[in-house]
Ligand binder design. Structure first.
Ligand code: MN
Length: 252
């Protein structure tokens, strides 16, 4: 990595610049959880289901169209609906972004934890699955996977294991931890590493893999490991690299 790339990656060259992790939005389209004015109140439709951004059969045969249809149009939509119902009429002391809500959520607030997590996690999932980009990590992302996780093969083995051994429903994560290093973790239900009051390993997720049965059961039944291998072959590494850049700017 040359000096310029490194500075860019660590944020040293762009102090104060926080990149939006929501790079999957269509040009000109504001993300539904953009910063809100502090001290205002959530309305009944504060958050919206994002468009998938690609055809439902675009990931087949690895992830089939019917699974995508139900997963996005029913499961994700349900999290958005219940998140809005939980927030409607409440005020916020932070900027009102979903990230800020999740950073503050406590284990006692099950509605926000489960549905805010569900909305964040699925939005990330569609973005890291968006077809396109290189078939393997490149540049800074590849370097950091080498530095912190022992290379792509070791990463894939450890990430697959995190997904396969997550008991019941949950997620496997590749994240940037507080020390600015890549780390793999898993969380139950709809928790994610942003929820520092709820999870063992807090951080900023850059890649998330849904291992709820609804993510794979139609096509794979109980063969979670086969779904995981398919997922790893479908990752949009460009999207992960963009998230990494944003995460690194935040931890510095
Ligand atoms: Mn899901």
């Amino acid at each position: 990595m040359d000096k310029r790339t490194f500075l860019k990656l660590t944020g040293a060259a762009g102090a104060g610049l926080v990149l939006s992790p929501w790079l999957g939005c269509a040009p000109g389209e504001a993300p539904d959880h953009a910063t809100r004015t502090e001290g205002t109140t959530f309305g009944p439709e504060a958050f919206k289901l994002p468009d998938l951004g690609f055809a439902k059969d675009a990931l087949a045969p690895g992830i089939d169209a019917e699974t995508m249809d139900i997963h996005h149009g029913s499961h994700h939509a349900g999290y958005v609906r219940k998140l809005n119902a939980a927030l409607d009429g409440t005020s916020f002391s932070t900027d009102g972004s979903l990230e800020a809500l999740l950073a503050d959520v406590t284990p006692e607030n099950a509605a926000l934890r489960n549905n805010g997590g569900g909305h964040f996690n699925h939005t990330l999932y569609w973005e890291v699955l968006r077809p396109g980009g290189p078939s393997a990590p490149e540049g800074d992302l590849a370097e950091l996977i080498g530095r912190d996780l022992g290379g792509l093969e070791a990463f894939a083995t450890a990430f697959a294991k995190a997904g396969a051994t997550q008991f019941g429903s949950g997620w496997a994560w590749l994240m940037v931890n507080g020390g600015g290093k890549l780390e793999i973790s898993s969380t139950p239900n709809q928790d994610n590493p942003l929820m520092k009051n709820c999870v063992e390993k807090p951080g900023i997720p850059v890649l998330g893999m849904d291992v709820w049965e609804h993510a794979y059961y139609l096509n794979y039944q109980n063969r979670r490991k086969d779904y995981i291998q398919a997922f790893l072959g479908l990752v949009n590494w460009e999207s992960v690299a963009a998230r990494l850049e944003g995460a690194m700017a935040q931890v510095k």
